[in-house]
Design a protein around this ligand. Structure first.
Ligand SMILES: C[S@@+](CC[C@H](N)C(=O)[O-])C[C@H]1O[C@@H](n2cnc3c(N)ncnc32)[C@H](O)[C@@H]1O
Length: 287
């Protein structure tokens, strides 16, 4: 998911956007695996954001809309979901998926999470699943969500915690960096996969953005798949930052990089398949 070369924030964002435009079909195709992986964490996120029947919910960096479908079901026909994302390609999947599921209460809006132009004080809840960490200026995104919420409206975001607690992501990124000849860098750099993973860092931003009753809950969400190869298939087709990192390599080097990743990920294989540890942080607050 996110690579952070030493680019200025706008160039970084343009590069990331291009990658998500390309990764959109892969992310959408892996909806069943993503759904199983994030099932419990998503239920917890929606409960913490108090997503209830009749609520108006802002879904930021909604991707192909997997969590949007859950929200639409929870708020029901009297409620409303606005699914936003900066990638028109991935958001088109969210729109199509909601229509296919028969949710007439979902609208989509192409929007940078750091420039949310939605009506002030118009939402009861805001959520952002695995998106806030990819924003080079997450405080700006949180200010926008704060502004969009009605007084006492609830927010909950989901991000990855530390590289140590997410060894598969860390292995993939470190191997990619090794093959691409990119020197090790601060894993908590803005816009990176682990940028909000340090204990307390999301809480601090939430408070700065004006939220109260801020609390973070740690949650284990192991990624269970048949094999390390299946995990890498997901990463190869859906994870924009690693694609970004390997893009400059010739075909043979790319093949070697993926083979090295697979060998290193074998340690999570067992007689029952493959289980990659994954730790998430759910940060909740109130306007
Ligand atoms: C890891 S995917 C998560 C998608 C979806 N929330 C899910 O959990 O299935 C990250 C999403 O964040 C979006 N994204 C990244 N940076 C963004 C930004 N600055 N503004 C809006 N969307 C952004 C990407 O386009 C992508 O859809």
């Amino acid at each position: 998911m996110s690579a952070i070369p030493a680019l200025d924030p706008e160039t970084f964002k343009r590069t990331t956007l291009n990658q998500w435009e390309k990764a959109a079909p892969g992310w959408n195709d892996h909806a069943p695996q993503i759904r199983a992986w994030l099932r419990m964490a998503t239920d917890a996120m929606l409960a913490m954001a108090a997503v209830r029947p009749g609520a108006r919910v802002l879904d930021v960096a909604a991707g192909a809309g997997d969590q949007t479908l859950d929200i639409a079901g929870r708020v029901g026909p009297r409620g409303f979901v606005l699914a936003t994302d900066f990638s028109p390609a991935i958001l088109a999947y969210a729109k199509a998926n909601a229509a296919r599921a028969g949710h007439a209460n979902v609208e989509t809006l192409v929007a940078d999470a750091e420039r949310l132009e939605v009506e002030e004080e118009s939402f009861d809840a805001a959520v952002c699943r695995l998106g806030l960490m990819l924003c080079p200026d997450p405080l700006r995104a949180l200010h926008g969500m704060h502004r969009a919420l009605k007084p006492a409206g609830r927010i909950c975001t989901m991000v990855f915690s530390t590289p140590e607690a997410n060894p598969c992501v860390a292995i993939v990124m470190a191997t990619g960096r090794e093959f691409a000849g990119i020197p090790p860098r601060d894993p908590f750099a803005p816009g990176s996969l682990f940028s909000l993973g340090k204990p307390g860092s999301a809480d601090e931003l939430f408070r700065k953005a004006g939220f109260s009753d801020v609390a973070t809950t740690k949650l284990q969400a192991p990624f269970r798949l048949p094999s390390a190869a299946a995990y890498l298939d997901f990463i190869r087709t859906s994870a924009s930052p690693i694609q970004q990192m390997l893009a400059g390599l010739d075909a043979a080097k790319q093949v070697a990089a993926w083979a090295a990743m697979e060998a290193r990920l074998q340690k999570f294989a067992s007689a029952h398949g493959w289980e990659g540890p994954n730790e998430l942080l759910l940060t909740a607050g109130r306007r």
